[in-house]
Design a protein around this ligand. Structure first.
Ligand code: C5P
Length: 228
């Protein structure tokens, strides 16, 4: 396989407040994770998917993903998101040594349009070693101190919100994870620390991250009538 997608789905989903891990919460008739994997495969440019599942729920996740067959593998995730990504990456490297391009895609962004996925893969294939989908920021953003007092107002026109899938040359992502020294919230952050360039492509509002009950309502409203 030349393009492998890693799907960290081992989080508890505390902010969603559901009694089961977020990846298994149903939305529009199927668990989030099933929509996420379906979307990756529907893009037509992903050869293999490796999912990091909550370690105590691997069997349940394997069962939920049975419809996809051997194209989708499941590994137990780790303590932090980056641990889950690293474990999935190890699995991808050992089972598919010919992999050149890796996508890292949050299960929570389960309705990411296929064109975003394709744009990321194409940009990596065209030679960008790290690529992230981004959107402009609608709100003014402030930096605050621990007491909540504003310390800075960054120029909004230079800010972007970041989505997934994030795409990488596999050797670069491995190097970035090997040298991780402090937690980051996305994989591109690790690449930046190596001093390597990170390119951007256009994201999409439908790639929203389902985090809170509010987001679930939005997703149901947007996609429950859609052909999924
Ligand atoms: O916590 P956060 O919202 O940043 O999580 C983003 C994604 O990372 C989610 O899809 C979640 O399931 C996953 N995750 C993971 N392993 C963890 C924590 C989060 O795979 N230990």
């Amino acid at each position: 396989a030349r393009v492998v997608a890693l799907v960290p789905a081992a989080g508890r989903g505390v902010r969603l407040g559901a009694p089961i891990p977020k990846a298994l919460v149903p939305v529009c008739g199927a668990p989030l994770l099933v929509h996420a994997v379906r979307g990756l495969l529907a893009a037509g440019c992903v050869d293999q998917v490796v999912v990091a599942a909550p370690p105590d729920m691997v069997d349940v996740v394997v069962d939920a993903l049975r419809e996809f067959g051997p194209t989708v593998r499941v590994v137990p995730g780790g303590e932090e998101r980056s641990d889950s990504v690293r474990l999935a990456l190890d699995e991808a490297v050992s089972t598919h040594p010919d992999t050149r391009v890796v996508l890292v895609h949050d299960a929570a962004r389960c309705f990411t349009p296929p064109e975003v996925i394709r744009a990321v893969v194409e940009a990596v294939r065209a030679g960008a070693p790290a690529v992230i989908p981004v959107l402009p920021v609608a709100d003014t953003v402030k930096e605050v101190d621990s007491a909540g007092h504003v310390v800075a107002t960054p120029d909004r026109s230079r800010l972007r919100v970041v989505q997934t899938p994030q795409g990488f040359d596999i050797d670069l992502l491995r190097r970035a994870h090997d040298q991780q020294d402090a937690p980051v919230t996305d994989d591109a952050g690790l690449v930046e620390r190596l001093g390597e360039p990170v390119a951007t492509v256009a994201g999409h509002p439908h790639a929203l991250k389902i985090t809170t009950p509010f987001d679930l309502v939005i997703a149901e409203a947007l996609f429950s009538g859609a052909q999924l």
